[in-house]
Ligand binder design. Structure first.
Ligand SMILES: [Mg+2]
Length: 296
């Protein structure tokens, strides 16, 4: 796993901004005690996982309390994750073992949009990822892309599922393939960094793709792009978007995505921005959440 410092991750998010949804108008964040207070005016709560519910290990105890209280109050809950594994049962199981009981049908991930993104395409696609096959039927005809350069040159489109097993060789192959012959690139997780216990951050697909000088029309699936929010909204057609509250720890994914989609955003100070004053980050990025709380 390649790790990043906060500063490198933050600079990369700022540099990626031309590729991200337009920045919504600023708001003055209201300080709240947590999701329970912020959700008073919400019917549906979209929860980010890493940095909000846990940091790769056990569930945060305060998050388990808040989660149970949301359930008790009858709020609809969806886990909105950029986890690209595609295996909803496994994601549900991992979260249940941390104290957050969600069903597979309560999880929306960017990778869910991949079949739609590929529909009708007869290109020769290649795929790189550690999981490899979130959609076995869809990917059966795709060429596996790894450390050997030739397959990257041979395909007419590249699907990047995740970078959990990324190497410097794959980075070279991706950059070279895009330089030699521009071609469609679909990235199933736009995150630049993911926070872990002890303050470490892993580099994620958004980081590697940015460094490979991708084409202007690179397609990112997942937060902050609108597709996953549209899916969440379609699940509750009678609920106006203003009554969706999205909770997250990362301004350029969770906050930007929710607000650009017309939903309200709560930023918690665990995870990505832990230990940092939030206002300078809001000023620099132009991204302001509706609510801010120390923890979920
Ligand atoms: Mg997060």
């Amino acid at each position: 796993m390649q790790t990043l410092t906060f500063d490198v991750a933050w600079e990369t998010y700022l540099a990626l901004r031309p590729r991200l949804p337009a920045v919504p108008p600023p708001v003055v964040p209201r300080r709240v005690s947590g999701v329970i207070e912020a959700a008073e005016q919400a019917d549906v709560v979209l929860l980010d996982a890493y940095g909000v519910l846990h940091a790769g290990g056990a569930g945060f105890p305060w998050a388990r309390t808040a989660f149970d209280e949301l359930r008790r109050r009858g709020k609809a809950i969806l886990l909105l994750t950029n986890d690209a594994s595609g295996d909803k049962r496994a994601i549900a199981h991992r979260n249940a073992s941390r104290g957050f009981a969600v069903g597979p049908d309560e999880i929306i991930a960017g990778v869910d949009l991949l079949p739609e993104a590929l529909a009708g395409s007869d290109r020769r696609w290649g795929v790189s990822g550690s999981w490899g096959h979130p959609f076995p039927d869809l990917m059966a005809g795709m060429r596996a892309l790894g450390d050997a350069p030739d397959p990257w040159d041979a395909v007419d489109g590249i699907v990047l599922v995740d970078t959990d097993t990324w190497t410097s060789g794959r980075q070279r192959n991706l950059a070279r393939a895009l330089r030699r012959r521009p071609r469609p690139l679909i990235v199933c997780n736009p995150d630049v960094a993911c926070p872990y216990e002890g303050g470490a951050m892993s580099a994620e697909p958004g980081f590697f793709v940015h460094r490979a000088d991708p084409p202007d029309d690179v397609m990112f699936l997942g937060k902050p792009f609108p597709g996953v929010y549209d899916r969440a909204a379609r699940r509750f057609p009678d609920v106006p978007r203003s009554r969706f509250l999205a909770v997250g720890d990362t301004p350029h994914t969770d906050i930007l995505g929710a607000r650009a989609a017309g939903m309200r955003a709560l930023m918690v100070r665990t995870g990505f921005t832990a230990g940092r004053a939030p206002e300078p980050l809001f000023e620099q990025s132009g991204l302001w959440p509706d609510f801010i709380a120390e923890t979920l």
